[in-house]
Ligand binder design. Structure first.
Ligand SMILES: Cc1cc2nc3c(=O)[nH]c(=O)nc-3n(C[C@H](O)[C@H](O)[C@H](O)COP(=O)(O)OP(=O)(O)OC[C@H]3O[C@@H](n4cnc5c(N)ncnc54)[C@H](O)[C@@H]3O)c2cc1C
Length: 452
């Protein structure tokens, strides 16, 4: 029923991405990080090598790779540079609303073009005054005949300064909240679109991040991805697809930090012995290993659910949350092992540390993932256990080791406040522990309805 073995095709894809990372990414990543610039030739090479846009379905000229393959490739590229991985895989984020939309003509046009030519497409929900609260966006889409006129600013847009297209989310009226949100594909050379200056960042400096401003931008009706009222759901479904790969960014970066740390512990000596000989260091490394493996399993599970078309929002949230938090812990522990040298630019940990910090922020902060998961627990999660008041806890009252004699067919009553179990045909007059009235007692097993 379960199989974690990668197929020969998946292994070949992984090895290709590994090779690409070692040859094309590692040698340039630190240089471009320092320069605070996205290396376009590397993006182009990733496209030529078939490591970009793998998720475009075959009917539109793509390779039709699944999300599982996506996570495998992302892990390898992010192991070399999370910033470059963000820029390379931003196309999958930008294309996801098109893939998820019902607009066949848009898929036919844009997906086919992106599959065939080196084109970049970015994604915009966030704005200068709004990130987590997607329903609170203010970029206005005003209907004008069949067209829409866009006015407003999108912010933090990955590849905003270099993309050819953008999947833009806007609202027909901010007061309508979720109900007002719609989405469009917009060509970045359309009249009225302007790109802001590249935003200087702590990490992932190999990825381009800008604001994008819309001033009376006319978008033809045929470019509508989601009608007003449908855009919010489209954005959320997009994140269900794109959160597992963000988890894989964390897996790749954490794996590199762990490997560098193991290597360092064999070289560095303190008190006459290599660090690797100290059990405290070994335990730290073992925890790092466990977190990398756990994070990978969670991202694969979420990706598998996306591929199977089952609702993946819980798994996607868990994968993103766990893997990115784990990556932060692993890289931080690696830095601790490198100590002073980890804090310098002469070793790779410093950049890894800056790069992975972003993973807990974009595509839904860690707090937002907590909100999603808690929301699910209180809404659609279906418990396996009976409600607390029906759990047959009878551990002590009359417990002489013979269950049938002690409890047998006797009726049991539970105090709804302190949980005390009273055995007898009738409830007690009041609870002997917390003095709640006996009439408040609930009848529980054996004999209670629904419990055998
Ligand atoms: C480098 C970079 C690239 C990005 N790329 C893109 C992109 O390509 N496209 C795009 O659309 N966006 C992009 N983003 C935006 C990113 O998705 C947002 O930064 C993120 O969603 C958080 O929004 P915010 O920064 O406005 O924080 P806010 O929403 O202002 O939140 C501030 C803090 O409050 C917490 N918080 C908010 N609400 C709650 C709540 N109800 N309960 C508890 N805590 C809460 C948040 O978790 C956070 O810690 C990018 C961001 C960065 C930094």
């Amino acid at each position: 029923m379960l199989d974690f073995t990668l197929s020969p095709e998946q292994l070949a894809l992984r090895d290709k991405a590994r090779e690409f990372t070692r040859k094309e990414i590692l040698p340039v990543a630190w240089y471009y990080d320092e320069l605070d610039e996205t290396p376009m030739p590397v993006l182009r090479k990733a496209f030529d090598a078939g490591l970009m846009n793998g998720d475009i379905p075959k009917p539109y000229g793509g390779r039709g790779c699944g999300m599982v393959e996506g996570t495998i490739v992302v892990e390898e590229i992010a192991a070399g540079c999370a910033g470059l991985a963000t820029s390379i895989f931003d196309n999958s984020l930008g294309m996801a609303p098109i893939m998820l939309s019902k607009k066949e003509h848009l898929k036919e046009r844009y997906l086919r073009e992106i599959a065939q030519e080196f084109k970049l497409i970015c994604f915009g929900t966030s704005e200068p005054t709004m990130g987590s609260d997607v329903a609170g966006m203010r970029c206005i889409a005003q209907k004008d005949g069949d067209d829409y006129i866009l006015n407003g600013t999108k912010y933090w847009i990955t590849n905003g300064g270099i993309a050819d297209y953008m999947s833009v989310f806007a609202t027909i009226d901010p007061k309508l909240s979720h109900q007002g949100i719609c989405a469009f594909v917009v060509e970045m050379d359309r009249k009225g679109v302007s790109r802001g200056k590249h935003i200087p960042k702590l990490g992932q400096r190999c990825s381009n991040t800008t604001g994008v401003h819309f001033k009376d931008v006319r978008v033809p009706g045929e470019n509508v991805l989601a009608e007003p009222g449908e855009g919010f759901l489209l954005a959320m479904k997009t994140f269900d697809r794109t959160r597992p790969p963000i988890g894989s960014f964390g897996v790749g970066a954490a794996r590199s930090a762990m490997e560098f740390a193991v290597d360092y512990t064999k070289r560095r000596r303190t008190f006459g012995s290599p660090l690797a000989n100290y059990q405290a260091i070994q335990f730290k490394l073992a925890d790092m290993y466990m977190k990398v493996e756990t994070a990978r399993l969670l991202t694969w599970k979420a990706a598998y659910e996306v591929d199977k078309g089952v609702s993946s929002n819980v798994s996607s949230s868990i994968a993103k949350l766990y893997a990115t938090e784990a990556a932060f812990e692993v890289v931080s522990d690696a830095l601790q092992i490198f100590a002073g040298y980890g804090y310098t630019k002469m070793y790779p940990i410093e950049k890894l540390f800056r790069d992975i910090r972003l993973l807990r922020i974009y595509e839904g902060t860690s707090e937002i993932q907590h909100l999603i998961l808690a929301g699910q627990l209180f809404s659609s999660y279906r418990p396996v256990m009976p409600p607390l008041n029906e759990v047959p806890v009878m551990a002590w009252e009359g417990n002489n080791g013979d269950f049938s004699e002690a409890v047998g067919s006797r009726v049991a009553w539970r105090c709804p406040i302190c949980g005390y179990i009273h055995l007898g045909d009738e409830p007690p007059e009041e609870c002997p522990y917390c003095f709640v009235r006996g009439t408040a007692f609930k009848r529980v097993a054996p004999g209670a309805e629904g419990i055998a």
